[in-house]
Ligand binder design. Sequence first.
Ligand code: AMP
Ligand code: ZN
Length: 306
Amino acid sequence: MSLDGAVADLRRRLLAAGVLAELGEPGVFGLGGAFTRVFDAVDALYVAAFAHLRADVWRFPPVEPRSLFERTDYVASFPQLTGSIGVFAGGAAEHAELLRVRAEDGRWEDLLVPGGLMMGPAACHPLYAVIGGTLPVGGRNYDVLGSCFRHEPSPDPMRLQSFRMHEFVHAGTAASATAHRDEALPRLAAMLGSLGLEVADVPANDPFFGRTGKILASNQRHQALKFELVTPVYGDDAPPVAIASANYHEDHFGTAFGIFDAEGGVARTACVGLGMERTVLALFARHGMTTSEWPEPVRSVLWPHG
Ligand code: AMP
Ligand code: ZN
């Protein structure tokens, strides 16, 4: 089967089984009960696997203030993925105009204006605004689970426009941050292996935009800043799918958000992030659409109490 065929087939099976429900735009789905039950079990396992980090828990809304978005510099590297919230800020005349455009099936959203909020593209970004200041000796760990928006519409159910990422972030020194990144992936790979997923740990780069982006991507690879856990979803001939990544940000966020290590140096940060929807869907792709028929060893890891 071609890759396109395999993508269409998985999507059809997920929809037919009610794991996902179509909402009318690519990469935006309703998530059914079976999906949610697997999601919760995977999330609990993940949290247990990283319990030793004693991470501070933070949760953030799916939108972030434009000022925060600016400090991450995201739009410089990923304009193609960026989304902003448009709001209606007019009066009666503008509303009348909007209704006129709408009645003609026009794009009334064009009459909205930027509302000062951006869609959050990565779960960890708002964290850096919260932890600004001086870190304790040894640095600190954080647990962040949040919704991410990335404008990459695709027929592939593994590539969503809105998805959740659960991250364990470390802020500290270069040594403690790279150690966090390097220890996290094997631990996560073992957890995913216990769920019957074949995962490989590979060097990776982000999809930086444009010509300068090519250079940024190649630097990121050369400096070995990013690694991914990938798993085959569409057969051995198709490219495997990234379900998690571990990133060393050097002093990018430390500088932008004024975070310092215990010695007063600019903090270094690293995060490991599990793509929750991708992981759950990879399990359905691997074991089938009916969780009661999944292999017993996998079921007993996910649901030890039945
Ligand atoms: P990244 O920050 O790009 O390394 O993303 C971290 C993880 O989020 C990836 O390894 C994926 O599991 C997940 N992810 C990224 N983009 C998408 C997407 N468009 N749809 C679903 N999951 C995604
Ligand atoms: Zn992160």
